[in-house]
Design a protein around this ligand. Structure first.
Ligand SMILES: [Cu+2]
Length: 116
């Protein structure tokens, strides 16, 4: 009886939406930022741990995709995705991210920054 109650509690917890989705908590460069110096990396911090193999970060300029490295986790933070950038000329950039959290739920979003 007690086990059944525990199982039901666990199932209810698993079914709760948004309990463990990876939402964007912080971005570097920041959302909407205007930068005097081109950034060398994009660092996205999520609300949950993420799987870099099943996550993408695309950076677009006015012409299309900018070639970047693959997303990776820094050694000290399982909630961050990092990509290396080539040297970016002045212009407006869009960051499009798709994240898969450690519970396999997928989230996505995009934001812009400008390099002067
Ligand atoms: Cu989730």
């Amino acid at each position: 009886m007690r086990l059944a109650a525990l199982l039901m509690l666990m199932m209810a917890a698993a079914a709760t939406p948004a309990a463990a989705h990876a939402f964007l908590e912080r971005a570097v460069p920041p959302v909407g930022s205007e930068l005097a110096t081109p950034p060398g990396q994009i660092v996205l911090t999520f609300t949950e741990g993420v799987e870099p193999l099943f996550s993408t970060i695309e950076v677009r300029d006015a012409h299309g995709s900018v070639p970047t490295g693959k997303p990776r986790l820094p050694p000290d933070n399982a909630r961050q995705l990092v990509i290396d950038l080539p040297s970016l000329p002045g212009g407006e950039y869009t960051v499009i991210w798709h994240a898969t959290s450690v519970d396999t739920h997928r989230t996505e979003g995009s934001y812009r920054f400008t390099v002067h």
